[in-house]
Design a protein around this ligand. Structure first.
Ligand SMILES: [Mg+2]
Length: 264
């Protein structure tokens, strides 16, 4: 991986937008620090198109799409997104509402079955705001041994579901999108950005295994320093690494991009 100091002004100036993960990347221990939020505003003021891209719930995305200086919130690992429309927001979901309801009912049954098999594993505390997945807490309030996480993923696959692993959660879903495909779909649907242009002109910033699709897909990718905690679960990592961790790492990446774009 390269250091941030090796990033060229040409690469920074080529960018139109920045796609970024939340937990462990923008957020520090789940909190939005002043320096990270200030970095978002500075990036937005500089004309960069900002896209939050998270495994967190659709309900959270609906809130931040209204309140933050972002063009788009991609949630639930790419399944459902929100764009601002005037003072409100518009959902972007490729699954029709009736099919979404049917999937939800099947997911609840699947979660009940997994709960019977894995009695020590708890649901995450943000499931009420979710639409496309059921999520287990493996590292936020509860610490689940990695062997049990592997067994849980295997059991979910046996029941016909896909799983995504973040730094804190295990997501179980019947959807087929990942963070990269969901972001490309939402950018095209909401803002008319062609997928090939998005892959070239939007950079991605992340920190863990459910960011792997974006590390693999986008031409310019950044990792915050705490990604070293998850290197064992990654087959593709970021190209460029910050010195600082979590929100401070995001702010460091933002400051570097802005300085290179301004030519200072
Ligand atoms: Mg993360």
């Amino acid at each position: 991986m390269k250091r941030l100091s090796e990033l060229t002004a040409e690469a920074a100036r080529h960018l139109q937008g920045l796609v970024f993960d939340l937990d462990g990347t923008l957020l520090t221990d789940g909190r939005l620090t002043l320096e990270a939020y200030d970095a978002l505003h500075q990036l937005s003021a500089a004309g960069l198109h900002l896209v939050a891209c998270t495994g967190r719930p659709a309900g959270w995305g609906e809130v931040i799409a209204r309140q933050w200086p972002i063009a788009l919130a991609v949630t639930e690992n790419g399944a459902i997104s929100f764009r601002r429309d005037g003072v409100g927001v518009v959902p972007i979901d490729r699954i029709p509402p009736a099919d979404r309801d049917d999937r939800r009912q099947r997911l609840v049954k699947l979660a009940d079955e997994l709960g019977r098999q894995f009695t020590n594993v708890e649901l995450a505390d943000d499931n009420r705001a979710r639409c496309s997945d059921v999520t287990f807490d493996i590292g936020e309030r509860c610490k689940v041994p990695s062997a049990e996480v592997v067994a849980l993923r295997r059991a979910a696959a046996t029941l016909g579901a896909r799983t995504f692993l973040s730094s804190i959660h295990l997501h179980v879903t019947f959807d087929t999108d990942d963070k990269a495909s969901g972001t490309l779909f939402a950018l095209a649907a909401a803002h008319g950005v062609e997928p090939s242009a998005a892959l070239s002109r939007y950079a991605f910033v992340g920190d863990s295994a459910n960011d792997e699709a974006c590390f693999s897909a986008f031409r310019t990718t950044f990792g915050v320093a705490n990604i070293v905690d998850h290197c064992g679960t990654l087959t593709v990592g970021p190209q460029v690494l910050s010195e600082a961790s979590w929100g401070a790492g995001f702010a460091e990446i933002a400051a570097t991009l802005l300085a290179l774009r301004e030519g200072s």
